[in-house]
Every structure is written in structure tokens, then in C-alpha cells.
Design a protein around this ligand. Structure first.
Ligand code: FAD
Length: 285
């Protein structure tokens, strides 16, 4: 099923997982999937390593299992900066072979160690190519606090509009900790004439290293309330976990009540996080 059709009917709930490394047992992912699927999400997305990670074969493998064993629609991520048309064609072929109908078309992060091919410079180039070559449903990424390479919100939303014109059917946001940032971004997209659904990306923060990574890699801002909680419990692992989970659950409840198009939850393949999150939100969906 094409995920865009689900947005026409309801507020969409989705989760994101990543393929486990070859040498790590699949047990964690199975445990996580069992928990996530108990909430009957509308789709589960599977990440893709930019630049040809050896794990990438597992993206389709895992997506196939989500569809076949759990009867949930998979959304397969695909990055393009380091690929040419032949490699993208091969990926499309594999998707067709496995009956996968939904792709999250991404550029991928720049990495000086990876050679960029010049065939797909932006996610919108990949989106346009997929639109021409396939009839899959295409999602795109967006950034309530601006993509780190963008000079400002106006430029970022202008580029987002190009991605929508190229054929994106819906968007999923980068994680954020301040719902007001999302509401203001969403309003700006509507003013700019973007009318496709946008799912809000939420990641529970459960340790300090994760916060530092979020700030440096994603440019996420930390609201005062969040800072206070983290400062108070940073040396108490258990309390920090519970506080981070409660904070994320609070964000989700507020977003649901605000009738957002959808919620996309990043669970980091952690069954404990998945369970706590699912228990916390199940009465609200
Ligand atoms: P783009 O849409 O191409 O945007 C990147 C930058 O270029 C932005 O600053 C944008 O404003 C600018 N831009 C876009 N189009 C143009 C244009 N036509 N002209 C000039 N400038 C332009 N990474 C992975 O490696 N694997 C994953 O599985 C993965 N999953 C993700 C899932 C989500 C929901 C999100 C939000 C991100 C994910 N990423 C993943 C990270 C993503 O690859 C990076 O954020 C990357 O830096 C940008 O990808 P993009 O698709 O948003 O790029």
C-alpha cells in the first residue's frame, strides 16, 4: 500500500529502525519489532547508510520482513549523493522484486571520506528521478529548525518546495525537542504553498551523549524545561531515562492533541525505549 493513501484517512503513527550490523544478533530488532507492531503502526521506516555501508543490503531485507512477517507497510530510506543512476536503478529493481512501494528519498550527509558522484546533488534530484522511473510513493526529509547547511528558513523552505514539485508525497521531520518550533515551521510551509502531509519526528533522549550528538549533528535546540530536567538528573542513569521518556511522551500527546498529520518515533532499536514509549502513548492514539 502507498503510505500517502493512509494520510488521507487518519493521523499517521510510524516508527523508525535501523538495520543491525551483520555481526550483531537480530534478537534486539525482533524484540523491538514485536513491541512496535503491538501498537499497529501505519508504517515502519528502515534507515540506509550513506555511501554504501555493507549494512545496506539489510535495509531491504528488514523492510521485506516487516511487510511479510508483521504485515506493516515499510518505508525504505535511500540516499543518493554517492550513487549514480546505475546504482539507483539496481536499488529500484530490488524494491520492485520485493514488492516495496514506499521510499524516503534522501541526499545523505556530506562526508569527506566518501566520493560524491555528481548525478544526484540534492534529494529533489533523486525524487524527480524516482517519480519518472517508478510509481512508488515518495517521502522526503524536512527540518523544523533548518537544515544545518541552510542559511535561513526561507531558503530551506524554498528548497523544500522544489522537492515537493519534484514529486514528494509526504515529509518526515528531523527530531526536535520544542513542539513550538514544529508548529511554526508547519505554518511556514503552508504559507509557502506546500500542502503535503508532514509527520513530526520525536526521539526520546535517554542519555547525555545522545544530547551532545543531537546538538552537534542535527542543530537541535534545547528548551529551558528540557535543560532543567537534564541538569537535575544527568548523574542518575535511571532517572535520566525515565525523565527523557516522559518528556518525549509529553511531546507526543501535545502533537496528537494539536491534530498534526502524523508522528514518527525514533526508538534507536532499543526494546526498552520502544516498550516505555508504546505504553506511554497507547491510550492517546
Ligand atoms: P536535501 O533535501 O537535498 O537538502 C540538503 C541541503 O541542501 C539543505 O540545506 C537544503 O536546503 C539544500 N538544498 C536542497 N535542494 C537544493 C537545491 N535544489 N539547490 C540548493 N540547495 C538545495 N541519512 C542517511 O544517511 N541515512 C538515512 O537513512 C537517513 N534518514 C533520515 C531520515 C529523516 C527523517 C531525516 C530528517 C534525515 C535522515 N538522514 C539520513 C539524514 C539526511 O541524509 C541528512 O540530513 C542530509 O544532510 C540531508 O538530506 P536531505 O534529503 O534532507 O537533503
Amino acid at each position: 500500500m502507498k503510505i500517502k493513501e493512509i494520510y488521507e484517512k487518519k493521523q499517521v503513527l510510524s516508527f523508525e529502525i535501523f538495520p543491525p550490523k551483520r555481526d550483531i544478533a537480530l534478537q534486539n530488532i525482533d524484540e523491538t519489532l514485536e513491541v512496535l507492531c503491538s501498537l499497529n503502526p501505519d508504517f515502519i521506516s528502515v534507515t540506509f547508510g550513506a555511501g554504501g555501508s555493507s549494512n545496506n543490503n539489510r535495509t531491504i531485507e528488514l523492510a521485506k520482513r516487516i511487510k511479510k512477517d508483521y504485515h506493516i507497510e515499510p518505508l525504505v530510506h535511500l540516499t543518493c549523493l554517492t550513487y549514480g543512476k546505475n546504482e539507483i536503478d539496481e536499488f529500484i529493481y530490488q524494491l520492485n522484486e520485493n514488492g516495496i512501494e514506499n521510499i524516503l528519498a534522501l541526499r545523505g550527509d556530506r562526508n569527506p571520506e566518501l566520493k560524491e558522484k555528481e548525478e544526484f546533488l540534492h534529494a529533489s534530484d533523486l525524487t524527480g528521478y524516482l517519480k519518472k522511473k517508478t510509481n512508488v510513493c515518495i517521502a522526503g526529509a524536512c527540518y523544523p529548525e533548518c537544515h544545518p547547511e541552510s542559511e535561513n528558513r526561507i531558503e530551506d523552505i524554498k528548497n523544500l518546495r522544489t522537492k515537493v514539485s519534484a514529486g514528494a508525497d509526504f515529509m518526515v521531520t528531523q527530531l526536535f525537542l520544542d513542539n513550538n518550533r514544529f508548529y511554526s515551521f508547519y505554518e511556514d510551509t503552508r504559507i509557502a504553498g506546500i500542502d503535503i502531509p508532514i509527520s513530526a519526528g520525536i526521539m526520546p533522549v535517554i542519555n547525555k551523549a545522545q544530547i551532545e550528538k543531537m546538538i552537534s549533528l542535527c542543530g537541535v535546540s534545547l528548551p529551558e524545561k528540557f535543560r532543567r530536567i537534564m541538569n537535575k538528573y544527568e548523574h542518575n542513569k535511571e532517572a535520566l531515562f525515565d525523565a527523557g521518556m516522559s518528556y518525549a511522551i509529553g511531546q507526543v500527546i501535545d502533537l496528537l492533541a494539536s491534530e498534526v498529520d502524523g508522528i514518527h518515533l525514533y526508538t534507536m532499536n532499543n526494546p526498552k525505549v520502544a516498550k516505555k514509549l508504546c505504553d506511554g502513548i497507547k491510550t492517546f492514539i
